[in-house]
Design a protein around this ligand. Sequence first.
Ligand code: HEC
Ligand code: HEC
Ligand code: HEC
Ligand code: HEC
Ligand code: HEC
Length: 402
Amino acid sequence: MSVKMIIGAVVGIIAIGLISGAQAVEEFQISYSCTDCHPDRYEEWGRSIHALAVSDPVFEAAYMRALKSDPKYREYCLGCHSPITKVTKDFNLTKSISVEGVTCSFCHSVTGVEGNDYALNTGNLMVGPYTDSMTDAHTSIYSQMLTTSEFCSGCHELSINGVPVFETYSEWKEGPYSAEGKQCQDCHMEAKRGVAAKNGTLREKVYQHFWYGSHSGQFLAKAFRIESNIQQTGSRVKVTLNITNNNVGHKIPSGIPSRKVILDFKATDENGKSLFSAQKVYTKTLVDQYGDEVYDFWKAASVASDNRIKPRENRIEVFEFEIQDGINKLETHATLTYQNEAEIITRSVESMSAEIASNGTTTWFNQTAAPGNTAPKESPALGGIGSVVALIAIYLVRKKNG
Ligand code: HEC
Ligand code: HEC
Ligand code: HEC
Ligand code: HEC
Ligand code: HEC
């Protein structure tokens, strides 16, 4: 079964749950009520991580741990993972709309944002990007703010006890994309030509609702460019790697600090024998008051280190080593792997890991033996992520069934 089909099945189950459990929630309307007129948006959103924000097993496990350490986190965590609860006060998630995570009618009620607080205009009116839309189905209100990164900032920027846990918005704001006017929406909701509603007029730009991020292999594959340069002086070899954050509007990795990018570098001779190897980890590390690393960010006392790669930054890494006489061929191989350590249940740590960029070179020292010369090759390998997404999806199907 393909990943897409599994996810489709999950959405199907959620949707059936909604129809049978449909109940009147005055302030907000369930997403299923939009599907007749906005089928594309509904389908995209249903496959997005926003729709899974309270039912994703990684969140659920963390949420349980947070509640165990202090019940006050109930309201706090749900404030972003099921934001309508701020208004409905359904903190036990008894209503079907509460388990829709970041749902349609939440985002389309937002009229303002300040820090982590959103101002909402609830009821049968939809805040949207158009000044000229017309429908009998609901009142439409125009908001320019909805089309900018400021809209996303209320959730995608988080400090707790004075510790900056993630600052995706600030990283964007301080980087080149903000100056160029490229918003979160431009990358994460890529616009295309189409209709905003069934039988609506054709518009030059409608924004897709997939919000691909680190859960999508293809999206991650756009993140880095990696190049290598090899210099040899006598028996000494110097390899310079140039790693560029190519296409990411914020630091990479951003978001929850359990995310890491790992650089593996290897050099081998003509027989595949290792001549040198090294590893480097790019991440933000949170520590508790004893200086021990913590993934449960609400227990963090400070940021111990942060060496993540900024938007458009070129990070230079240099590796030097000696080679012995008689070696004809030097092969180098550098790979970048995206890794997310996540505790799903207290005892097992699920590690999602996928190679996202690589670069290799071959250098012949004995020129007569050489078929060519230095030949760089790039080969992104993306199998890993797909299978992790599939695993999570299977887990969800099981949970919803049982
Ligand atoms: C995380 C917040 C968020 C959620 C959840 C969300 N939207 Fe949107 N939606 C947006 C933003 C932001 C835009 C405007 C993008 C722009 O114009 O820059 C938008 C635009 C739209 C538009 C205008 C046409 C278009 O696609 O640009 C429609 C219609 C729409 N959304 C419907 C929905 C429906 C239906 C759902 C649920 C099935 C939904 N939205 C869920 C944020 C959200
Ligand atoms: C009976 C059909 C119908 C239903 C149901 C419906 N809409 Fe709409 N909606 C429309 C039409 C038609 C437009 C106008 C499209 C255009 O102008 O291109 C629209 C426009 C919008 C816009 C853009 C408003 C603007 O001025 O920028 C948003 C956002 C939106 N709808 C969200 C929703 C959400 C969320 C739901 C479900 C809670 C929903 N709609 C339910 C028909 C509907
Ligand atoms: C109400 C809070 C809220 C708003 C508003 C919101 N998000 Fe999110 N977003 C979340 C949460 C919570 C998650 C994580 C869900 C999970 O994994 O459990 C998330 C996940 C994501 C992801 C997936 C990250 C990954 O690791 O794959 C992307 C991309 C994203 N959001 C982009 C956006 C953009 C762009 C906007 C603005 C248009 C936005 N979000 C608005 C709360 C929000
Ligand atoms: C220039 C394009 C671009 C812009 C602008 C952009 N992003 Fe991203 N974002 C990406 C790419 C590509 C990835 C996947 C690589 C990665 O995981 O860092 C990503 C990943 C993410 C993730 C997953 C966490 C991570 O880094 O692994 C989140 C959350 C996110 N973006 C949110 C946002 C928000 C919120 C904004 C606006 C403040 C934004 N992005 C602006 C391209 C962009
Ligand atoms: C200010 C809004 C906000 C609050 C409050 C918040 N989160 Fe989140 N959370 C997010 C966003 C946005 C993301 C997505 C960032 C990313 O992709 O790394 C996220 C992602 C996560 C993830 C990673 C999910 C995954 O699939 O990898 C976990 C786990 C999580 N949050 C747990 C919690 C817990 C537990 C609490 C309460 C102690 C909490 N969050 C409070 C906004 C919030």
